[in-house]
Design a protein around this ligand. Structure first.
Ligand code: PLP
Length: 356
């Protein structure tokens, strides 16, 4: 047997099988509908706050994001100690696992769901347990319950689910939460919360008031339009939030991000008018796709899902020929972000001319 090479630095062997996170592609000259971003740039008031914050770039940021944390706690009606601000909510997904799991533990999530869950689970060395979606592209909470074992420490419930756009209704979630053992942390990933219009959807913060074993994740990347600055937050019990803050990389939420998030809270009314327009466009795009013969689950997010199976790669190429970049999960489906009405029209023209 060959002697192990002890003379050079080696990354962890198990990382060889870990797929990298695949970001939405950017193709010069093409419309990008691949990353669930909002189409409009920062409001003037937010851009001003960012510019002013830039003048403090020689100083370290407030590592506890104190002002932003206080604003969020006040807005949500929770204690400041329950809020943990992070470098995007994806970072908080990882911190929550780091704070609760070791390599002996299991992390449960639906599949397909947010692509980062398998990665952040693997990085910590915990075991992934993936539960297939229902035939209607929704989370199968009964199957998720059945998949819980004594090793399960975390269960991600992504609602609306990325990439299918489906939600978990409040009554369904209540039943699930009643049945989940109290030592399993249920992470309600509500990255697209502000796009939800279904009155039966429920609100993670209400669930959190009733139970200890819940963490809610939200972000400034989507409805607030700050994807490029990286700021999200977790709301959980004081004990869990404290642990999440402990595993945070110090100073990872930069000063510009904190200032922009605070200015965005001040400008919520204006930002939510934009969100309102996106919801209208989402329903229009879905309606036109359904009328054109596509199967598209009802979306409560800022994207739609086309479960095209084996034809996904071909659809992707067809869209690129029409100068539209969508997010293709080859063999499964394509996720298409809602853009401006004009961008959506270009996409719809492409979709309608795809031979099926
Ligand atoms: C379901 C879900 N959760 C979390 C995130 C992470 O968002 P961010 O890290 O930008 O806050 C995303 C981003 O696409 C997402 O789709």
């Amino acid at each position: 047997m060959a002697e192990p090479d002890v003379t050079s630095v080696r990354p962890r062997a198990d990382l060889a099988t870990l797929p990298s996170y695949v970001p939405g592609r950017t193709i010069p000259g093409a419309i990008k509908l691949a990353s669930n971003e909002v189409p409009a740039g920062p409001l003037p008031s937010v851009a001003k706050a960012i510019a002013e914050a830039a003048m403090q770039a020689h100083r370290y940021p407030d590592t506890g994001a104190g002002e932003l944390t206080a604003r969020l706690a006040g807005k949500l009606g929770v204690a400041e100690a329950q809020v943990a601000v992070g470098n995007g909510s994806v970072s908080l997904c990882q911190q929550l696992i780091q704070a609760t799991c070791t390599s002996h533990d299991e992390v449960l999530f639906a599949w397909r769901s947010f692509e980062a869950y398998p990665i952040v689970t693997h990085v910590v060395g915990a075991k992934q347990v993936r539960v297939p979606l229902t035939g209607d592209h929704a989370l199968d909470l009964d199957a998720m319950l059945a998949a819980i074992t004594p090793q399960t420490r975390v269960a991600f419930v992504c609602t609306p689910n990325n990439p299918t756009g489906t939600i978990v209704h409040k009554a369904e979630l209540d039943r699930f939460l009643d049945a989940v053992p109290s030592n399993v942390l249920v992470v309600l990933d509500e990255a697209y919360f502000e796009f939800v219009t279904d009155p039966d959807a429920g609100d993670g913060i209400d669930h959190l008031r009733e139970r200890e074993n819940i963490a809610v994740l939200r972000t400034f990347s989507k409805a607030y339009g700050l994807a490029g600055l990286r700021v999200g937050y977790a709301v959980a019990s004081e004990e869990i939030s404290d642990a999440v803050r402990k595993v945070c990389v110090p100073f990872s939420v930069n000063h510009l991000a904190q200032a922009a998030a605070i200015a965005s809270l001040d400008a919520e009314e204006e930002l939510f008018q934009r969100v309102h327009e996106i919801k209208g466009e989402r329903d229009r795009v879905r309606g036109e796709l359904v009328a054109a013969g596509y199967d598209v689950p009802e979306s409560q997010a800022n994207f739609v899902w086309l479960p095209l199976g084996e034809r996904t790669a071909e659809f992707n190429e067809h869209c690129i020929e029409h100068k539209v970049v969508v997010r293709a999960f080859v063999g499964d489906g394509a996720r298409v972000t809602i853009g401006t009405p004009e961008e959506n029209d270009v996409f719809l023209t492409a979709a309608k001319s795809f031979s099926r």
